[in-house]
Design a protein around this ligand. Structure first.
Ligand code: IMP
Length: 192
């Protein structure tokens, strides 16, 4: 069974291919000759994941899944959420994005935040969603040099280090993305 993963990142495809049953052959967007930018214009993470997966299904006639992730800060009413990548501007600069959050939370004692990943799977026109959440706090300053995005300012509950101080293996055991991917993989395993 062929399944498109609607991402431009071939490392992500290879990583998930290792986890899915071998009867499932994952295809990247490149492999289906989809080179245009897929619209992500919805006001929520769920909607964006859905929009991307349905775009591929409708325009390329292939079953597909797509993911979308956001950081939700409680004291900021859930922002940056769906705008996580471009919170401080269209240049999508991770440092500036973090600086903006740290400034907005200056003097704010409620530091609670969570990462949320939603995967939308569209098979034969029907959608199924899988969610992964990791709760934590926004630190007062950046810590650590690993990872990407908001990792240096996010500390998951139960840990005394930021995501950026963890190795990939450690982060992947508890991350929002890993939780959502595991749910997708379990679902694909029981399909046959
Ligand atoms: P995407 O939907 O995976 O492209 O994620 C959107 C944005 O959320 C990224 O550009 C990052 O700013 C942020 N983000 C997603 N996943 C992570 C993560 O695991 N750590 C830190 N930031 C993340």
């Amino acid at each position: 069974m062929e399944l498109v993963f609607a991402t431009g990142n071939s490392n992500k495809v290879a990583e998930i291919q290792q986890l899915v049953p071998s009867v499932v052959k994952l295809l990247s967007l490149k492999e289906i000759n989809c080179s245009e930018e897929i619209p992500e214009t919805q006001p929520a993470i769920e909607g964006n994941a859905s929009q991307k997966a349905f775009y591929v299904y409708e325009n390329y006639g292939q079953n597909c899944f797509a993911d979308d992730t956001g950081l939700e800060v409680e004291a900021l009413d859930g922002r940056p959420g769906v705008y996580s990548a471009r919170y401080a501007g269209e240049e999508k600069n991770a440092d500036l994005n973090m600086d903006k959050i740290l400034a907005e939370l200056d003097g704010v004692s409620n530091r609670k935040a969570r990462f949320k990943t939603v995967i939308s799977l569209v098979m034969d026109g029907k959608e199924q969603q899988f969610e992964g959440v990791v709760n934590g706090v926004i630190l007062h300053e950046k810590k650590g040099g690993k990872g990407f995005g908001y990792d240096p300012i996010f500390q998951p509950d139960g840990y005394s280090k930021s995501f950026a101080e963890m190795g990939l293996e450690e982060k992947n055991k508890i991350s929002h993305r890993a939780i959502a991917v595991n749910k997708l993989v379990e679902y694909l395993k029981q399909l046959r």
